[in-house]
Design a protein around this ligand. Sequence first.
Ligand SMILES: [Zn+2]
Length: 174
Amino acid sequence: MTIFDWQNELNRDGHRVVISGQPIAMHCHHYNINLQKTLEETLGAEGVQLLYRSAEETNYNSLQHLFNQYKKIRSLKSKLEMTSLLYQNCGLGIIHFRKVRPTSAYIASTSSHHVTGWLAKHGRRETPGCHFTRGWIAGALEVIYQRPLGFYIVEERQCKMKRDEACVFHVKER
Ligand SMILES: [Zn+2]
């Protein structure tokens, strides 16, 4: 994408890492996976929801900020491209938007920070575990389709943490 120069926009400001002026926090898999495991084990479904909502809200705000700054990123295609590049550049992994409509979407992820981290620390899971990515995708599509926070619900139907071939996310209206 030529409108957005990643090398200039994703940079260091002293000890801070910033993207288009917004500071971002980066954590290794030890931190992120321990946080997830602690939330799941102590709070159960409520902990999962906390992780999901935090990722949704944070990404909603930062993507909103980016699109407000870069008015030339207008079409659905360029917004989706920007979104997956942001995910990738933040070290979160690869997401492919396969079928995206205002009422539903289907997204696949073939590589993920959380999957690699979970498998390295805890091995295979019995249930899908990409709660962070589910929330992140919900926030992204709510910005792209100018919907309020919480408008979409994202389910993970296949997950590499269960040793499925890819993580597959389905999006629908709540
Ligand atoms: Zn997954």
